[in-house]
Every structure is written in C-alpha cells, then in structure tokens.
Design a protein around this ligand. Sequence first.
Ligand SMILES: NC(=O)c1ccc[n+]([C@@H]2O[C@H](COP(=O)([O-])OP(=O)(O)OC[C@H]3O[C@@H](n4cnc5c(N)ncnc54)[C@H](O)[C@@H]3O)[C@@H](O)[C@H]2O)c1
Length: 261
Amino acid sequence: MGLLDGKLAVVTGGGSGIGRATARRMTEEGARVAVLDLDGDSAQVVADEIDGLAYEVDVRDAEAVKSAVGDAAAKLGGLHAMFNNAGISTIGRIHELKLDDWHRVVDVNLHGVFHGIRAAVPIMLAGGGGSIVSTSSISGTNPAAGESAYSAAKYAVIALTKNAAIEYGPTIRVNAVAPGYIHTAMTNPIVEHFGAHSDHIVGITPAGRIGEPEDVADVVVFLSSDLARFVTGQTLIVDGGLALRGSVVDGVLDTLTGERA
Ligand SMILES: NC(=O)c1ccc[n+]([C@@H]2O[C@H](COP(=O)([O-])OP(=O)(O)OC[C@H]3O[C@@H](n4cnc5c(N)ncnc54)[C@H](O)[C@@H]3O)[C@@H](O)[C@H]2O)c1
C-alpha cells in the first residue's frame, strides 16, 4: 500500500530537479500526477514516464495556472495534493540588480506559489480536503549577500504558508519545504564553476554531502500524506543540517566580484 494511494496531485516545475523527483515519488506511492512546467517538453517527458498529465504553464500567469489545475483535477477526478515548486534564482547586489531580474524572480518564486494556492484551494475545499506544499529555501531563513530577490521571495513563501494554513484549516493543510544545497540544474553552475565552494559546503554540512532531489521529494510525499495529518503551517528544512552553519551562496558574490562590499 502506498502513502498516496488514490490521491491526485499537481506538481509545478515538475519537468526537472526536485519537481521531477517528487512527481516520480508521488506516483510510486500511488498518486496520479499532473506535471506543470514552463518547459512543456520536459513536462511531457516526465508525464509519459509516470503515466501522468503534462501542461506547459508559466506560473507567473494566474489564469494559466488556474486553467491547468482545473483541467487536471477534472481529468484526474479531483485534487488532493498541490506542490508549488517552480523556481528560479539570480545573484547580484541590491543596488546593481536589474529591475527585471528582481521582478522575474519574485514573480516566479512568490507569485507563482500564490497562484498555485489560489488555483488549488477552491477545488480542495469542494472536494473535502487536501494538502498544499510549496518550495521555500534555506535562503529564506539564512540569506546571503547577493540573494536579495530570491531570499525575499522564499521568506515570503514561509509567511504565505502560515497564512494559508490558518485560513484553510482544518480542511486543507499547508506546509513548505526549505531545501539546502541540492544537486539540480539550478545548482549545476555552482558545482561546475565553484568546485572549491561545493567542497566547502560538503565540508560544513553535518550530513556530509550535497542533497539529491529525492531527499526533498520524500519529505514532500510525507507532508502530502496522512502521516503528516497534524502538521500544518510548517516549513521543513531539508538540508542535511547545512543551515546550522550558513547559507549555500555565502561567499559566491565575493568570488564573482573579487571584492567585499
Ligand atoms: N537546488 C537547490 O539547491 C535548491 C535549494 C533551495 C530551493 N530550491 C528550490 O527548489 C525548486 C526547484 O528547483 P530545482 O533545484 O529543482 O531547479 P530546476 O531548475 O531543476 O527545476 C526548476 C523547474 O521549474 C521550471 N520553471 C522555471 N520557471 C518557471 C515558470 N515561470 N513557470 C513554470 N515552471 C517554471 C523549470 O523549467 C524547471 O523545470 C525551486 O523553487 C528552487 O528555488 C532549490
């Protein structure tokens, strides 16, 4: 028997990394999953693999998210789990950051989560319940220089999670995950170009390694399942203990610019 037997789920950013791993793990645990991604091809590849549904959607577009989530719920026969996970990052000092970059990062990482919650709630309320999980980051709890847009958005996801948990309990549980340094397309450039930085991170991580997408996916499955029936409004840090020591991008800005502010 799976942890999500008979459950119907939507995963945003499901075409890669943490979202792809979660779509796979949810399916292994018995769920039917709809994969939403800006990259329609990668969404389709994952959907084909898990016998799910694929939607090419930009989470910045509230109407597109609502329409895709509604269509998926109609085709799958309901909605029990929503994973708002699509995200992007940028790096630069606050006064040098391009306004477009600030708006794009906040739009995807915060407004995208807001749009996902708005789309899922009416369907879950009508269906009698559900679980929403969103992806924050340890950058939302331990910001580093150069991460302003990303950190602000990820911190806001934690606040939005608490807010939604209060508004929609007891029918809907709402939680977040805050991954640490996870090996995905997002962090590949750091691994490739800042090898010494990665070695440093591994060295200060109590778990002694960089995380894999499945490390986060398993926690999302837990939060989406009845095992977490008394857990709501929480942000679960999934970082092998790294946040006990500091931020993932500590020092990256200095390395990039060759100077300290
Ligand atoms: N990798 C890490 O170390 C790490 C750490 C903390 C938090 N996170 C967060 O985890 C989440 C997943 O990131 P990942 O590491 O798996 O990266 P990833 O790049 O592998 O996956 C992100 C996915 O989101 C999709 N996406 C981007 N913009 C989108 C948009 N506007 N609309 C719909 N889909 C969009 C991408 O196409 C991609 O498939 C993000 O929210 C990220 O901020 C990652």
